[in-house]
Design a protein around this ligand. Structure first.
Ligand code: ADP
Ligand code: NA
Length: 341
C-alpha cells in the first residue's frame, strides 16, 4: 500500500462558515485525530486563490491571520498537520504553469464554477480575468505538488478534483516514461455534502454571499446564531418533512441539526424530520440553534484565545511553510527532471 497523503485547502477570504466546517474542516480534524501516524496531513490557506477576485490588501492580510487562527481553533495541531499559506511555497505556482501547458481550455470552459461565475458576462469581456478561468489548474497543482492520495472537500469541489486526476493522467502519459510521476488523488466527500444558504436555500452557504444573515460564522455568538436561524427562510407547508427539492429551507435546517448532533441517534435525515414533525417551527429552530451553538462554542472560545497570540500564529506559520516547502519541492524536482527543465 502507498503512503497516505491528505491535502486540502480553504481560501482566506473571511471567517469560515458552518458550510466550510461541516462540509470540509471538521473532516480535516477527524483525519488528523484518527489517521495512522504514518499518514501525512497538509492543509493550506490558499491565498493565491483568494486573489482571483480583487481583495483590499489590508483586508487580505487580516483574513490570512484570522484563517490561520481558525484552523488552530478547530483543533488542527501544527506539530501533526502541516498548515501553511500557499503563497509562501512557490512550487505551487510553478507547477501550475507547467500543468497549464498540459491542461485543455475546452475542459476548463465546461466547468460549472466557471459557467456560474461568468453567467451574465459577454465572452471576451474585459471583466473576465484569466485567473478566474484557470484556477482549477492551480488547484490541481496544489494537490499534485504534494503527491496527495486523499483530498477531503465539499461536493462543490468534486468536479475540480476530477480535473486534477485528468491533468495528472495527461502528464504521466506524456512524461511518465512508464513510472508514475504524479499521483491521481481520491476525493473524500463529507456526509454533509452541501450546507445551503439560510436566506436563499437554493444556493450553497458561501463566504461571498452579499447577505451576512445567509451564513453562520464559526465566531458567531449564541445570540447571532439564534437570530440567523430564526430568520432562516422556510416555506408555508405545515409540519416538518425532509425533501431537499420541494422544501430546501426546512430540509437544510434538518440537515444542520442532523450533522451538528452526529445524527442525533437517527438513521437518516428523513427519520429525524419525522420525529420533529408535530413540533412548531419555532421549537425546531430552537433545537437547531442549540445544536449549532454546542458545536461552535468551543471553537469560538479557542479562537478568541489564539487570535491575539502573535507568537503562536507566527511559529505555526513558519513551521508549516518549512514542512510544505520540503514536500512540494520534492515533487517539483521530479517533474522538472521528467520534462527536461
Ligand atoms: P467558500 O465557497 O465559502 O468561499 P472555499 O471555496 O474556501 O469556501 O471552500 C473551502 C472548503 O469548504 C471546500 O472544501 C468547499 O468544498 C467547502 N465548502 C464551501 N462551501 C460549502 C457548503 N456550503 N457546504 C459544504 N461544503 C462547503
Ligand atoms: Na468554494
Amino acid at each position: 500500500s502507498i503512503h497516505k497523503v491528505v491535502f486540502s485547502g480553504i481560501q482566506p477570504t473571511g471567517i469560515a462558515h458552518l458550510g466550510n466546517y461541516l462540509g470540509a474542516l471538521r473532516q480535516w480534524v477527524t483525519l488528523q485525530n484518527e489517521s495512522d501516524p504514518s499518514t501525512t496531513l497538509i492543509y493550506s490557506l490558499v491565498d493565491l486563490h483568494a486573489i482571483t477576485l480583487r481583495q483590499p490588501p489590508a483586508q487580505l492580510r487580516q483574513w490570512k491571520r484570522e484563517s490561520l487562527a481558525m484552523l488552530l481553533a478547530i483543533g488542527l495541531d501544527p506539530k501533526r498537520s502541516t498548515i501553511f499559506h500557499q503563497s509562501t511555497v512557490p512550487a505551487h505556482a510553478e507547477l501550475m504553469w507547467i500543468l497549464s501547458c498540459q491542461a485543455s481550455t475546452g475542459y476548463l470552459g465546461r466547468m460549472t464554477q466557471w459557467k456560474d461565475k461568468t453567467s451574465g458576462e459577454k465572452e471576451g469581456s474585459e471583466k473576465l480575468k484569466l485567473g478566474l478561468f484557470s484556477y482549477p489548474v492551480l488547484q490541481a497543482a496544489d494537490v499534485l505538488v504534494h503527491g496527495a492520495t486523499h483530498v477531503p472537500v465539499g461536493e462543490d469541489q468534486a468536479q475540480h478534483l476530477e480535473f486534477a486526476r485528468e491533468v495528472a493522467r495527461g502528464f504521466n502519459h506524456v512524461y511518465g516514461d512508464g513510472r508514475v510521476a504524479l499521483v491521481e488523488p481520491e476525493t473524500i466527500i463529507s456526509s454533509a455534502k452541501r450546507v445551503m444558504s439560510l436566506t436563499d436555500p437554493e444556493a450553497k452557504m458561501s463566504k461571498s454571499h452579499p447577505n451576512p444573515k445567509s451564513r453562520i460564522l464559526l465566531t458567531d455568538s449564541a445570540e447571532e446564531i439564534r437570530s440567523k436561524i430564526n430568520t432562516a427562510v422556510t416555506d408555508s407547508i405545515t409540519g416538518v418533512s425532509y425533501d431537499p427539492v420541494q422544501r430546501p429551507g426546512v430540509s437544510n435546517l434538518v440537515d444542520i441539526l442532523y450533522h451538528c448532533t452526529q445524527g442525533a441517534g437517527f438513521e437518516d435525515q428523513a427519520a429525524l424530520a419525522k420525529d420533529l414533525d408535530g413540533s412548531s417551527l419555532r421549537a425546531v429552530k430552537r433545537r437547531v440553534s442549540d445544536a449549532v451553538e454546542s458545536q461552535l462554542r468551543p471553537i469560538r472560545e479557542r479562537y478568541q484565545e489564539i487570535i491575539n497570540n502573535a507568537q503562536l500564529l507566527d511559529d505555526a506559520s513558519t513551521q508549516g511553510t518549512q514542512k510544505a516547502t520540503i514536500s512540494a519541492n520534492a515533487t517539483l524536482a521530479k517533474v522538472k527532471q521528467a520534462i527536461g527543465l
